[in-house]
Design a protein around this ligand. Sequence first.
Ligand SMILES: *Cc1c(COP(=O)(O)O)cnc(C)c1O
Length: 498
Amino acid sequence: MDELKRKTHGEPQGEGPRLEAEPLLSELHSQGHGSFVAPALDVPAVRAEDAIPSHLLRKESQGLPELSEPEVVRHFTRLSSMNYHVDKGMYPLGSCTMKYNPKLNEEVASWPGFAGLHPLSPLVGAQGALELMCLLDEALRAVTGMSQFCLHPAAGAHGELAGMMMVAAYHRDKKNEKDTVIIPDSAHGTNPASVNLAGYRVAEVKSGKNGCVSAESLRQVADERTAALMLTNPNTLGLFEEEVLELAEVLHGLDGLMYLDGANLNALLGVAKPADMGFDVVHINLHKTFSTPHGGGGPGSGPLGVNEKLRPFLPVPRVEKEGTRFVLRDHEPKSIGRIHSFYGNFAVMVKAYAYILSLGGEGLEAVSRESTLNANYLKALLAPHFELPYDRPCMHEFVLSGSRQKEAGVRTLDVAKRLLDYGFHAPTVYFPLIVDEALMIEPTETETKRELDRFAEAMQAIAEEARKTPEVVKLAPVATPVGRLDEGKAARELRLKW
Ligand SMILES: *Cc1c(COP(=O)(O)O)cnc(C)c1O
């Protein structure tokens, strides 16, 4: 850190790219550096002109770059280390559960029997894959207490949409006239989007001073038109919804359904079951809680679990065991139908199941206890330096506010960018929306005490800089390959070369 301070307190550089750019392979080319030597010919030589019709022959060399093996390896290694990733260091992105993904999961998913299986192969040759789906369903049922899972949704938001379509199917089936789904003001942005796509109107319920939804405030919003309450628990403030049983009572009294956004179950595994809290339907993100790499655009998996009330409406095809064989059921009269080609993202299921088996029940419970402990430990270290809007024991994550730093002209975005200079990925920022200048931090159970201490030191140093030299924080990042970018533009106009 001294090294960094020297660098950044010295002469802050301007905006834009600053470190040496990595040349393209074509720029690294040197004639004769080619690293491939073909073995001696053991058949008669034929000239290309004699074997290939002339109109298909290239007129001149394509100019492929020639590089030696070390040049190629170093080029790609340098590129891979420019980006931050979970294999490089702590990634405290709240709500995203960027835990370390054991390499064992990747290895198991790449076994030829899994990776080489064609989705159209006859069922007799796919029995192992179908069995794995049934076993994963069983494991998820054990974790949540639900009756059955559908593994098809490709992500959390897709699970939400399918879940809401099932809620609609349930009410249609019972001839209930419902048009509204209630969502707390702290909810993830995908929640209202899914509700709207499924044809419902969104009504908002406000969180109380303790960061939770009270049964009293729910009663003021809920009525006969309420189809469901979509709740995240622990909620996006990292707090356990204290009145969840009363909330379920209110909803069930109106024949409404309880939907759990269970994207992050990291605090519940082996400790508390959504079914016991009164939830009728839940989606889980395998790519968060059950350790599958994510954040680069997928693939993910958002299994959807339901209780007996909603079971008839599950998507098809359903995998079931008939005697000693596994079969697929396509014709279910009340099903909402297909929501994904074939059976969903199978490789992600393999990774999640490998993770579950390698940890076992006790290991999963330890995940919850340790992720909760890590979050509370880090919260205690950071509380003296940042505003803590909800000062209560948290679950697997917690939310700080950068409101004190804002007074010195340093915004949460500046703090997040400065963290990159200290070698950490930034936490989630400006979410949940109900916290001013929010910093949402989820350390996960895979970080050591040493790493948490290092992160807290960096945050403390930045809080100090915000007081003493705010201009330094506002220039960050200065130690990354590129400086502060227009983030919208970076996504829309990808430029790989300067
Ligand atoms: C990540 C997340 C989602 C959405 O999951 P995707 O897989 O990104 O679609 C929904 N709700 C919460 C609380 C989340 O953290």
